[in-house]
Ligand binder design. Structure first.
Ligand code: UDP
Ligand code: MG
Length: 310
């Protein structure tokens, strides 16, 4: 029988921990497999730490990793995978937006198809703002346009991965991890599982706009050099516009259809336009230099303060 781990990252989730533990546990008890839950407390400042410690004290099949501070959702999931020794793992959000009740069906599908990855595709998203739905939809499509690998659409980190995937995942050296992308990139046999994404059972999203932005830009920059190529295209367009304008004004002077002396507007427009293009291009370049800077420091991706039940 294959051992199954459920990896759950938690950041300030005191309102959902109890209910979420109850629901996951109920599902795991119904399976014949040996099971465990790995909670990663991503530097919560509320009662999450205390609550997880209490659960771990009463249930030896619950492992807990406490980070020294908030490192983010992706590092938390990474720590879960890095510290998992099971044959199969399911990555699940603490807020129950990804229903644990789907696990038996996912497991059955994995066994039937002998898949290395079963990634869960959202048929619908409940209780999320229009803005979130729109940005998410837009993001996954843009990602596919930008990247050289193609990713399944509308798929989060909710998925089942096997030992092979976990062993390969542990080898990734990069610090800015876009986990769903990296797992897609690995290849092997990957199959979809369709589900309805539910609303959060309590509390608020821990992904404010700033974190969403960081997440999206990491994904984009780590998976694609297209922004650099787009910058070059933009440069070409700007040069072309410049040439056309120059011809226009020269001919205008000769044939008298444009008076360049009074051309304050045209000068200002082109100065601002070219200035903008240059700043944009340097900015894009800067983003990649920033990544080099971060990666070359080779700092650990997360710091573990304490582990329970390992
Ligand atoms: N999370 C985390 N660290 C963070 C932000 C979020 O570990 O810095 C966890 C959070 O506790 C939850 C999961 O990541 O289990 C997804 O976060 P959330 O539900 O807030 O995101 P949303 O579903 O709104 O995109
Ligand atoms: Mg959520």
């Amino acid at each position: 029988m294959k051992k199954l781990s459920v990896i759950v990252p938690c950041y300030n989730e005191e309102l959902v921990i109890t209910e979420s533990y109850r629901r996951i546990k109920e599902v795991l008890m119904s399976l014949p497999n040996p099971t465990e839950i790995i909670y990663i407390n991503d530097g919560s400042r509320d009662k999450t730490r205390w609550m997880l410690d209490k659960i771990a004290a009463s249930d030896s099949k619950v492992k807990v990793i406490h980070f020294s501070r908030n490192f983010g959702h992706q590092p938390a999931v990474t720590a879960g995978i890095n510290n998992c020794d099971a044959d199969l793992a399911v990555i699940l959000d603490a807020d129950m937006q990804d229903p644990p009740e789907a696990i038996p069906a996912i497991l059955a599908l994995q066994e039937k198809e002998e898949a290395n990855v079963v990634y869960c595709v959202r048929k619908s998203r409940e209780g999320e703002s229009l803005f979130k739905k729109f940005t998410a939809k837009f993001f996954y499509r843009l990602m596919n346009y930008m990247s050289d690998v193609s990713f399944p659409l509308d798929t989060g980190d909710f998925r089942m991965i096997d030992r092979k995937i976990m062993d390969q995942f542990d080898r990734f050296q990069e610090r800015g991890k876009y986990i769903r992308g990296l797992i897609s990139w690995l290849g092997y046999k990957q199959i979809p599982f369709y589900y309805e994404r539910e609303a959060r059972i309590a509390g608020e999203t821990k992904y404010p706009f700033s974190k969403m932005w960081k997440f999206a830009s990491t994904a984009m920059l780590y998976f694609s050099k297209k922004p650099l190529r787009l910058a070059i295209s933009l440069g070409f367009i700007a040069v072309l516009v410049g040439i056309v304008l120059a011809i226009w004004f020269t001919l205008g002077k000769i044939y008298g259809f444009s008076n360049a002396e009074t051309g304050w507007t045209s000068i200002m427009t082109s100065v601002i336009f070219f200035g903008g293009v240059q700043l944009l291009t340097v900015g894009v370049l800067g983003q990649y230099v920033g990544i080099l800077f971060d990666e070359i420091k080779a700092r650990p991706e997360y710091i573990i303060d304490e582990k329970k039940n390992f």
